[in-house]
Write a protein that binds this ligand. Structure first.
Ligand code: BGC
Length: 720
């Protein structure tokens, strides 16, 4: 199943939208949630749900209802009262579900006052067939704003709609690093950098959990392809696992305090994720001190005793292995009862921490979760996530008086606003690009053709001042794209339109990178991703300059299919059931840099309608990086300052790696000093021989710029 979400504009605007949204909502809120950066206005939720009031005598009988105790103390008190059957009930879902909606359900326990768990998909909207929800942009679009405050608000918007729908476990975000650009779930991910994904995960998870539901970090781990996903074995060395694939999950757990982690379909180094002792026990519990629960992906459980012994807490969506079979394993002594207690405790602790015992969930699947504020927020997220990749001949922003031809199915008859699979959701409405542009321009001068007849489309393009071709990919969970080409006749369509009209703009509605054989022939290229319900309004705002683009790519676009890190068959889709992670640490831009391969558009890249200058790089004590950013153009805009760290050669790391970033809004002529602190991990490597991270003193290079390939400022620092 699938989902989507989004957001827009200035901080003030955001604050107004969120405040308005919050006023009309009745939500349970944990007091703790803070803006992840500490700078954004924290959305206030006006009305916390009433705590479940317990008569005094029940409180005595149910000492775990004492809110003065810690979640762990409460879980232990409750656990003592539970029968074997009651424990077994908690560690699996039930099918068919006794309730309407949702994708997973664990019955509650009226005797002990344990609430039922209602699980729903939700990466860009509440999924699983829900109606009256907002379709936000795909996560890949949302993160392209490179703004953790946006992602926090994105999580809040999703979490709020989930809670209104009665969901108390929201299945998202998907935080796996994109290793293979053809991966069918690229659109629902955050891109190719471990640090970046970690920052976005923390922000979104805090946003979701602030609104009531427990969030779920998925898919753990090495879920990097859909091809053969139920059997594929990712062969990856320990250092790569720790340095590239684990950091988003580590951040989600240690900083995001995510309540659940979903183990994946695939195997890692021979063992299925959901019974992988190294992943579930050594890493999650011992190394990361995770105290929430691991639930299996839907159908990803393969055994009873092995899975339970090796760290799976809960089977989803049914009881095939964790129902009767688990009960018998415990009664028969094949599984120690303490192991089962541990699983139940792992489930109860985040339930207590999140307040699920202390507040009434008054939402329902039939409820209306929509609001005007969320429609506006969806638009803002789409606008701030739209990446301007090329802009020549001063074609953009457009003049309202121009005559415009909108070409391609995604432009008019079939807007491509979301990806497929468990993220898919029912948009309440979709504004097509044609409608959005007609609203904003002189409607009489806007023509269109769906492009099925290429010659006809070229004719329409020829008679307009400006031709805009909307092209798309159909990405979905369950299958990878066969290659990186635009499907069907779309490359031919763009080439024909560009030949007919040199003032051609291409808008990409894709979930990941595509090849652009026509790129030199067109005047402009925009990556709009899967933009959600406000598609047409968002792209019109960018095209006409109502919004100044400020997004940056969270992954690399290659020049050819051969020039990618995973071009060999044994890497992807794999051979004999195995995918060899032979590129090691060289994932995404790390590979392009270490092999001196030119990308088409690099990681971190994106243009604006204004220009910026970076200057005065200083690295002060405590690895504090300071740099001045100036808007040298004539429009207000935002730039993303990106800090990359180059290790001493002896550390054998990729040439440079993102370790900090910040988005800065600047008026024309304005300058600001950005200050960012590099954390200890920036100067550490994972030592496989010792199975631990190790801080490495030495001379490090600090590069600062506005993409992974545009790093004008540079200095060297000594780390003790
Ligand atoms: C997906 C999960 C999803 C689950 C329930 C699986 O196919 O991999 O991400 O949460 O279905 O819909």
């Amino acid at each position: 199943m699938m989902i989507q979400h989004e957001f827009r504009g200035s901080r003030n605007w955001l604050f107004l939208v969120l405040s308005a949204a919050c006023l009309c909502l009745s939500l349970a809120v944990s007091a703790a949630a803070q803006s992840p950066s500490g700078t954004a206005p924290a959305a206030k939720l006006s009305q916390a749900d009433a705590p479940a009031r317990m008569p005094a005598k029940i409180s005595v009988q149910k000492p775990w209802m004492n809110r003065a105790l810690t979640p762990l103390q409460r879980a232990n008190l409750l656990l003592k009262q539970m029968t074997l059957d009651e424990k077994i009930t908690m560690v699996h879902g039930v099918t068919p579900m006794p309730v309407k909606g949702y994708v997973g359900y664990v019955p509650g326990n009226p005797r002990l006052g344990i609430p039922a768990l209602t699980l729903a998909d939700g990466r860009a909207a509440v999924g699983n067939g829900a109606h009256d929800i907002t379709l936000f942009p795909a996560p890949i679009a949302a993160v392209s704003g490179w703004d953790v405050d946006v992602m926090h608000a994105f999580g809040e918007a999703l979490g709020r709609e989930q809670w209104l729908k009665g969901t108390n476990v929201a299945l998202g975000p998907s935080i796996d690093v994109v290793r293979v650009p053809e991966w069918g779930r690229t659109f629902e991910s955050y891109g190719e950098d471990p640090y970046f994904n970690g920052r976005m995960a923390v922000a979104e998870i805090k946003g979701i959990q602030r609104q009531g539901p427990i969030a779920d970090a998925n898919m753990y781990m090495t879920m990097n392809q859909e091809s053969n996903r139920f059997k594929e074995d990712s062969r990856v060395d320990e250092r790569t696992l720790q340095e590239i694939y684990l950091p988003p999950f580590a951040a989600a757990i240690q900083e995001g305090h995510v309540g659940t982690v979903m183990c994946a379909y695939v195997k890692t180094n021979g063992d299925y994720s959901c019974e992988n002792q190294y992943l579930l026990k050594d890493v999650l519990r011992t190394q990361l001190k995770f105290d929430g629960w691991v639930m299996s992906d839907w159908g990803a459980t393969h055994s009873t005793v092995d899975a339970a012994q090796n760290g799976l807490d809960q089977q989803m969506p049914d009881d095939k292995f964790f129902g009767d079979k688990l009960r018998q394993a415990v009664s028969g002594g094949q599984l120690n009862a303490d192991v089962l207690d541990g699983h139940v405790r792992n489930i109860l602790v985040p339930m207590f921490r999140q307040g699920l015992f202390d507040k009434t969930q008054s939402g329902s699947w039939e409820a209306n979760a929509r609001s005007k504020a969320h429609d506006a927020f969806s638009l803002m997220v789409a606008e701030q996530g739209t990446v301007l990749l090329k802009n020549e001949k001063q074609i953009l922003p457009l003049a309202a008086s121009a005559s415009i031809a909108i070409l391609g199915e995604a432009g008019s008859t079939a807007p491509k606003v979301e990806g497929g699979g468990s993220s898919a959701a029912n948009a309440p409405y979709i504004v097509s690009p044609l409608d959005g542009v007609r609203k904003r321009a002189n409607a009489a001068k806007v023509t269109s053709a769906d492009g099925k007849d290429i010659a006809a489309a070229a004719g329409v393009a020829r008679s307009a001042d400006i031709a805009i071709v909307f092209v798309h990919t159909a990405e979905t969970e369950g299958s990878d794209r066969p290659d990186l080409q635009l499907p069907g006749n779309q490359d031919a369509l763009v080439a024909a339109v560009a030949a007919a009209n040199p003032m051609t703009i291409v808008v990409l509605d894709t979930g990941g990178p595509v090849l652009m054989p026509w790129v030199d022939a067109v005047a402009a290229v925009i990556e709009a991703w899967y933009p959600g319900q406000e598609d047409g309004n968002a792209i019109a705002a960018i095209l006409f300059g109502d919004v100044n683009p400020s997004a940056k790519l969270p992954l690399t676009f290659p020049v050819t299919a051969a020039a990618i890190p995973t071009a060999q068959k044994e890497q992807w889709p794999g051979m004999d059931g195995r995918s060899l992670y032979s590129e090691g640490l060289n994932v995404g831009y790390r590979w392009y840099d270490s092999t001196n391969t030119n990308p088409l558009f690099p990681f971190g890249f994106g243009l604006s309608y204004t220009t910026f200058r970076l200057s005065h790089l200083v690295v002060a004590a405590g690895a504090q990086v300071k740099v001045d950013v100036t808007n040298t153009g004539k429009r207000a805009g935002a730039e993303v300052v990106q800090v990359y760290v180059g290790h001493p050669t002896a550390n054998q790391e990729p040439p440079h790696q993102l370790r900090a970033f910040a988005k800065v809004q600047l008026k024309p002529g304005e300058s600001k000093t950005v200050s960012l602190v590099l954390d200890r991990q920036s100067f550490s490597v994972y030592e496989s021989s010792q199975h631990r991270w190790s801080h490495k003193p030495g001379k490090y290079e600090i590069f600062v710029g506005t993409s992974s390939r545009d790093l004008p400022l540079h200095t060297t620092i000594a780390i003790q």
